[in-house]
Design a protein around this ligand. Sequence first.
Ligand code: FES
Length: 190
Amino acid sequence: MWVSRISSLGAQAIKKLTQGSPGQAAYTPRSSYFHACACRGVQSSLRPLQMQQYLCTAAATDSGKGEDKGKKTINVTFVETDGSEKHVEVPVGTNILEAAHSNDIELEGACEGSCACSTCHVIVMDMEYYNRLPDPSDEENDMLDLAFGLTETSRLGCQVEATPDIDGIRLALPVATRNFAVDGYKPKPH
Ligand code: FES
């Protein structure tokens, strides 16, 4: 529990630091974060191609800044573990887990969105978009602590709602998830 508090506080502090500079490159590697991860024995879940994209999108264009608050759908890009991208339109109000399942994207969601697992872990590829999201709840942070390959922009898909503010968001799927099944069982979306 204390680890999640530290993660939460760290993320909020970094969020504040980055929010004051809208034109600035959105992502600066946070060595302290990765240090914390290393202490916990957590490796980055991004493959090299994804990591390259992760860093490159730091200078993402300003498209999709969410000015159009009346939008009914938003554009979301899922970056799969092989680096391929899937662009989907997501109705506002839908959560990211539901959006993935509606578009045949393999995001597990073992607890069906009740914030009791970490198998819907997604990685926001652009810090600017990460900063636009509401802060994760304590419950989400607790579950994120269990996620494989946790990063500083990790979120649980079932806890992130599509809003006009995140139109254009890019989300990477981690190379693995950690669930309670030990026999290789993978829950299927409902
Ligand atoms: Fe279990 Fe999101 S589906 S926490």
